[in-house]
Design a protein around this ligand. Sequence first.
Ligand code: ADP
Length: 459
Amino acid sequence: MKKIILGLLLISLAFMFTGCAPQDNKKNEADVLIVGGGGAGLVAAIEAAKTGKKVILVEKMPALGGNTIISATGITASDTIYHQESGISFTKEDHYQRTMTTSKNLANGDLVRILVDESASAVLWLKELGVNLKVRSEAEPFWLVPVEGHYGAQLVAAYIQEANKYSNLEIRLNTKANKLIVENGVVVGAEVTDNDGTYNISSKAVVLATGGLNNNPEMIAYYNAKYANIHTQMTTPGATGDGITMALEVNAELVDMEFFQVRPLSSNGNWYHERIISTEDLSGILINKEGVRFTNETAAPRTVASEILKQSDALAYIIFDQRVYDAHADAKKAFTIGRGEKADTLAALAALIGVDAATLEATVTSYNEGEDAFNRTALGKVIEGPFYAVKTLPSNHYTMGGLKVNELAQVINKSGQVIPGLYAAGEVMGGLYGDGRVAGNNTLDDIVFGKIAGFNAAQ
Ligand code: ADP
């Protein structure tokens, strides 16, 4: 159902964009070509259009929005008007430290400093566009969440409305960039394909805003073999790493490509918090299709994810009891959204999911007796029926690494030099997250580096 609603949303947002006139073959020239119409691409396009220059944005999907449109919670920002109004403090220094620490100090401090310094004005800009936010809570002061409605959908709708104001900005949907055009070492456009064929768009600069790799399992496995066979439950279709592929062809440098924010508990477009399998005495276990446990469920989420990916069909079942269902909102969410099974006995549950009943009963009995071959110390018990089973397909949530850029969002090559004419922003860009991302920094970076890329590309 969620996918159907999302589909309708995407289609209606596509139609909101009245300026997406069919491509005119005689007008394939622009000052700035933006590749990708998610958050970063739309912001870059607006910023470039503000300078009065001619801007073309190409989006390969039939609708704008990318993975930005499925951003569920909100934005991370510091020292904003909302912090002042609420009296709840989250300072720039808190923001900087949190971002660096979460990245395990692998993020580029200069880029993070820009992200943090520009966050309050990014939030003010969103307010100007009609996106009203509030501090989520004293416990999570970094989160700014919408006053009402779905965050990502509002964000993309606001960007589209703003983009519509510029007659010098043309958006071409169903138009995929295939490769960059380089003349004398300068990027001067891209070859694109739409429903009518393949043609070149020439430009003085190109901004890559093509998002991450979430929908390209082979590419994820190439950069980190632990995630071979990863599923694609948490992405829109366009996130296939095209910007990385195109930039590599012009000798771009990559950073932190081995790092992904992978979630072990995921299905039907959602992820479920790992506390369902890791809370002391109030959590379930993971079994494979053969009905046996195979990992310490309380290990780091990405470790659990890669252990699941080694099992038959790269999947597992979360098995939990009524106490866990009652204790955790995410257990209820997993059961409902993940279309779980429920039965009064473990044997009946095993039959529902096609697992051998005797094996499942033996697995649970041994776990309940405190035996653990995987060094799990927070042992709970799966004792109180009814019992629940939810299938989980580990999936990537966010691509941490990407193209190496400088403070002007210019893409850097493998010799450490700027690639003239080439800019990047958003998830395709690396340097901000290292080995861990503060949730909500990503839609912030779309704005901050989208603006930097769009502005500089238009100079
Ligand atoms: P970000 O948050 O970085 O903007 P998104 O996932 O929201 O990332 O948006 C990236 C957008 O780029 C998606 O809408 C995707 O379909 C689009 N895209 C990816 N590759 C191409 C390509 N080769 N040509 C045109 N658009 C592309």
